[in-house]
Design a protein around this ligand. Sequence first.
Ligand code: 8IG
Length: 268
Amino acid sequence: MSEHTDPAAVAREAATALTARLGVGRLDVALVLGSGWSQAAEGLGEVIAECPLGELPGFSAPVVAGHGGVVRALRLPGERVAALFTGRTHFYEGKGAAAVVHGVRTAAAAGATRLVLTNGCGGLDPAWRPGTPVLIADHINLTGATPLHGPTFVDLTDAYSPALRALARGIDPSLDEGVYVQFRGPQYETPAEVRMAGILGGSLVGMSTALECIAAREAGLEVLGISLVTNAAAGMSGEPLSHAEVLEAGRAAVPRLRRLLAGLLEVL
Ligand code: 8IG
């Protein structure tokens, strides 16, 4: 998306195209499925329709293999509709913050009022073994970027809805909470950067979610953030980080994540 186009206008266009392609009047809830989460969302409900994101206004094809790039509509009880976004644009792709949050703005323009942002990330707490989901209580945006322009003084107190976190704990009482630190990436952190994140009050490190949460709050969405800790953050375990480890932790966590997502779709 060019910086000269109006993001809200493109999101409205994309929302019109999306609801038409999905054959639904509007969305109620949107879920963004990050690393390790898409498998957990398989078979969760009646799939109404599916649409490649690249075919909608303002979206571009994803660059990371296995990062999807489709939106799928699910019919929920009570005639409600959930949109599952598989694959997201990451800030490290260099397309700008507006491109990163276009899906969130599109979901809001299509009527969604609640947004679940999931991701795979590194964990600073050794108690969080790879494969542990953690609720995001707050974030620290270290990208130096924002999706907002001009005097848009969005309140980020309780950006991650306490009410939605309570609903999630009702489904899985063992869920811990953490503070998510968004780094720019694409390189993983150095051990010193991970220690810095911890000193700043962070406990989860990743490359997404914070910018999307900011745009969601601007759009008035209620946000639930859930991180899947797929690896100990650099320097925490003595082992180097590997993408294979990330994928394996995701696979092992599937049953727990699926129960969580299924429960959330019932109550959101
Ligand atoms: I999966 O350890 C995954 N994504 N920044 N650090 C950052 N992003 C990640 C990590 C991690 N693991």
